[in-house]
Design a protein around this ligand. Structure first.
Ligand code: LLP
Length: 428
């Protein structure tokens, strides 16, 4: 969370006072730090520089054009999962030859769109999809690269709703089936079946699941090479963790120290699809307190103007996000224990909730927070990834604006939606 620091009693993003941004942008507002994005991108790039990994930023984590443009200008590629994400990646200046396309349900029109743009590679998740790509590529006389997404049946110990590499998950192809497909690749003359892909889940706090998956895949690659079938690309997906509580977590170099030897043994070009690692702690959501309310049972609520429609992670995954007033004389603890609230002098135990008509519209339950009043600003940390991209206009709430900070400058990179935006395209 290094880009967002308190100086004295007030929160800054880089060299800009959050209060100054909000005076212009209003609330709720997502605020991102350009410097944090670049620092994280380069940390990952450096950790894997031995093999010159191709980094494909996962657009689903944050698809704002200005954010994608920052990464495109650094030479990043993109991992997309829909025609819409491909459109965004290209519009942001992404080089199509560095775009990989994943997802279990690519539609013909999306496949055609990707073929038209000569993307780097399709990450294919079923035989049916492979057949479609083969036919559609033949129609336009192209031979796109294809990587088979492997489902290695490995538990990455993430939230049940974000685990993707277990055999009961819809993702990928079983190892034995993948081997069969590769050995029968002559059936698909219009594709160049030259890669393997794996994405185990997100976020993954140890390197062990990657190692176990890559060991299984290494055996598959060797079996293929024994029959003169080469695999040139290994895409290890995303899932690199970030700290949500302030605790130390493993860094790219820790992942690299265990992953690189295996990739070298595979003699493959390495592709990675980080999302959260780059943008998660490079963004925050700022909200204003509308009311405070205490029930006759003594329960205290802080009702703020951001809600589950703006940031759904707590409602959907019980995700923990640190929340602290933007202006306060009480220091935010360096590390917070999500299971234990520490109420100190000047603080109280509260539920922090939004205005949406659902009890799940709760950002935090029994959270120790410095006392706040109407009009105070709250910062919800680690909101850069899967924040705005998962937002909706549920309850007909216009979606928040997004702001990018660069040094002592800031600019609005997505306008707050208006009531007119809410009904655009509808008929009366
Ligand atoms: N590659 C593939 C194929 C993916 O499905 C994903 C994320 C990524 C890369 C990027 O993963 P990352 O590096 O960001 O962990 N909405 C959930 C996370 C869902 C992740 C979906 N796939 C959340 O808010 O935690």
């Amino acid at each position: 969370m290094d880009a967002f620091k308190y100086r004295g009693k007030t929160l800054f993003c880089e060299d800009v006072r959050i209060g100054d941004i909000i005076s212009q942008a209003g609330t709720p507002a997502y605020i991102y730090s350009k410097n944090a994005i670049l620092t994280r991108y380069h940390e990952l790039k450096t950790a894997f520089q031995d093999v010159d990994a191709m980094i494909c930023f996962s657009v689903k984590s944050n698809s704002n054009l200005s954010i994608c443009k920052i990464l495109a200008e650094e030479g990043s590629g993109f991992d997309v999962v829909s025609g819409g994400e491909l459109f965004r990646a290209i519009k942001a200046g992404g080089d199509p030859s560095k775009i990989v396309f994943a997802g279990v349900g690519k539609m013909d029109r999306e496949i055609k769109y990707a073929l038209e743009n000569d993307i780097s590679m399709f990450n294919v998740e079923s035989v049916a999809e492979l057949e479609h790509i083969n036919i559609l590529a033949g129609e336009v006389n192209k031979v796109p690269r294809v990587a088979l997404r492997i489902n290695p049946d490995i538990d990455a110990k993430t939230h049940a709703k974000t685990t993707t590499g277990k055999k009961e998950n819809k993702f990928g192809i079983d190892l034995s089936e993948a081997e069969k497909i590769i050995k029968q690749s002559a059936r698909y003359p219009n594709v160049d079946l030259c890669g393997l892909h794996v994405h185990l889940g997100s976020p993954i706090y140890t390197v062990d699941p990657y190692v176990r998956a890559l060991k299984k895949i290494l055996a598959l690659i060797q079996n293929c090479r024994n029959e003169s079938l080469d695999i040139e690309y290994m895409n290890i997906g995303g899932g690199y963790c970030i700290s949500y509580t302030g605790e130390k977590v493993i860094r790219p170099k820790d992942y690299a120290s265990k992953i690189l030897p295996l990739v070298k043994e595979m003699q493959c070009n390495l592709i990675m699809e980080p999302g959260r690692f780059i943008i998660g702690n490079s963004g925050i959501l700022i909200s204003q307190v509308i009311y405070t309310k205490e029930t006759v049972h003594g329960k205290k609520f802080v009702i703020c103007d951001a809600a589950m429609n703006d940031l759904i992670r707590p409602a959907l995954y019980d995700a923990f996000h640190r929340i602290w007033p933007v202006n306060t004389s009480i220091k935010m603890p360096a590390v917070e224990n999500p299971n234990k609230s520490m109420v100190k002098k000047g603080m109280e135990l509260v539920d922090i909730v939004g205005p949406v008509c659902e009890s799940s519209d709760t950002f935090a339950t029994d959270r120790a927070l410095p006392k706040v009043k109407e009009g105070d600003l709250l910062a919800i940390f680690s909101a850069g990834a899967y924040g705005f991209t998962m937002s909706s206009s549920y309850n007909s709430r216009p979606r928040p604006c997004e702001v990018l900070v660069d040094g002592d400058q800031f600019r609005i990179i997505r306008k707050r939606e208006t009531y007119e935006d809410l009904v655009r395209g509808e008929d009366v």
